[in-house]
Design a protein around this ligand. Structure first.
Ligand SMILES: Cc1cc2nc3c(=O)[nH]c(=O)nc-3n(C[C@H](O)[C@H](O)[C@H](O)COP(=O)(O)OP(=O)(O)OC[C@H]3O[C@@H](n4cnc5c(N)ncnc54)[C@H](O)[C@@H]3O)c2cc1C
Ligand SMILES: O=C(O)CCC(=O)C(=O)O
Length: 337
């Protein structure tokens, strides 16, 4: 019989990863995921889902390496299994190109992906405006498949799913512990003014001959072949809440991407999409407490992953599980978890 009631707010890649980790690891926790939007309507659903990350300067790099490594190794196992197409996970090889050689040539995750190395001058000839590049094989996780797959796993582990808007975490005072994975919603739910949107527009095109990804290091031009289509992007517009398609952005994306991959001239545009990255100076993965109706309810926050939520989701979920376990030990020291 479950002894502790846990609410996870948010059904994007951060919420579902956390909920699955908790439900599968703590058999005595009854876990309910509560969210306004589920797949296919979350921000996570539209992400290209490439495993890549920028460094957050306020978080120890070792912690970020652990997030990346835990995520990468977990999804690599899925990529090498028969579950891969169902989960939307695949290996993806390609290059990141730079106008000039960067000051930091090796990102913190360089040795955690596969076969990272510098491009040779002859490989770079394809990109006359770029003077430096790196090739590597990483993962791509398409959340429009991954989220339903995680939901299935969550329900199999005894999890319960509830669709509704939460106006305040106080509404959840019937639970013993709350895990807040509400992304941009944390601006209101956690009263966190540091959370802001970074608007991103991408297109999905049909171009099955494109097999390798290309990313300009400015983060605004990328071509990511996926399971059924190629994602081309993008934009990074800070504090921009517009969710409608901007046709000027569409034109700019196609022009920039065709400069890197001229054969896109023959691609057919299948769809256009805008998402708001739940951004913050750095993600918040930490314990807090909510005082309500004379009770202290532990809250574990896991939000604010900006443009890297798919990449960091499993690693942050493992950290979240650790924080949940510590919090439950504080409130139920003798209970079996
Ligand atoms: C164009 C674009 C491309 C991207 N590409 C990549 C990529 O290639 N690789 C990568 O790693 N990342 C990428 N990202 C970033 C990634 O999409 C995000 O970091 C990730 O989706 C964040 O996940 P999340 O679960 O925190 O948020 P979301 O997916 O936004 O989920 C938030 C959840 O919280 C719920 N919620 C919020 N407020 C409330 C409330 N008050 N009541 C109830 N429910 C609430 C929502 O309904 C939703 O279920 C991209 C983003 C964009 C926009
Ligand atoms: O930046 C990238 O290369 C991948 C896409 C992404 O993470 C984003 O647009 O947020």
């Amino acid at each position: 019989m479950p002894q502790v009631k846990v609410a996870v707010v948010g059904a994007g890649v951060i919420g579902f990863s956390s909920a699955v980790c908790i439900a599968e690891s703590l058999p005595n926790a009854a876990v309910t995921i509560i969210a306004e939007k589920f797949s296919p309507d979350t921000t996570s659903d539209g992400a290209a889902g490439i495993f890549f990350a920028a460094e957050f300067h306020e978080i120890p790099v070792e912690r970020q390496r652990r997030w990346f490594k835990d995520s990468f190794n977990h999804l690599l196992q899925i990529a090498h299994s028969a579950q891969a197409p169902h989960a939307g996970v695949m290996l993806s090889s390609g290059c990141q190109i730079f106008k000039q050689e960067p000051a930091v040539k090796r990102p913190f995750w360089a040795d955690l992906v596969i076969g990272q190395g510098d491009m040779s001058p002859s490989e770079l000839q394809r990109f006359p405006e770029h003077g430096f590049g790196q090739v590597f094989t990483t993962l791509k996780c398409e959340c429009s498949r991954y989220l339903p797959w995680l939901q299935h796993r969550f329900i199999k582990a005894g999890g319960v799913v509830e669709q509704r808007h939460v106006s305040s975490l106080n509404e959840l005072c019937g639970f013993d512990l709350i895990v807040n994975c509400s992304g941009l919603g944390s601006k209101a739910l956690a009263d966190d003014s540091a959370v802001f949107p970074v608007r991103g527009q991408v297109l999905k095109v049909s171009a099955p001959w494109i097999q390798h990804f290309i990313r300009d290091s400015d983060g605004k031009t990328y071509i990511y072949p996926g399971i059924e289509s190629v994602t081309v992007g993008g934009t990074r517009q800070e504090h921009d809440w517009r969710l409608d398609i901007d046709e000027q952005d569409t034109t700019g994306i196609l022009e920039r991407c065709k400069k890197l991959e001229p054969s896109l001239e023959n691609a057919v545009v299948l769809s256009k999409w805008v998402g708001l990255r739940p951004s913050r100076k750095c993600p918040r993965v930490e314990r807090g407490v909510m005082k309500t109706k004379g009770k202290n309810i532990p809250v574990v926050h896991n939000y604010g992953h900006g443009g890297w939520g798919v990449t960091l989701a499993w690693g942050c979920a493992v950290d979240t599980l650790g924080l949940v376990t510590q919090s439950l030990r504080d409130i139920r020291p003798v209970a079996k978890l």
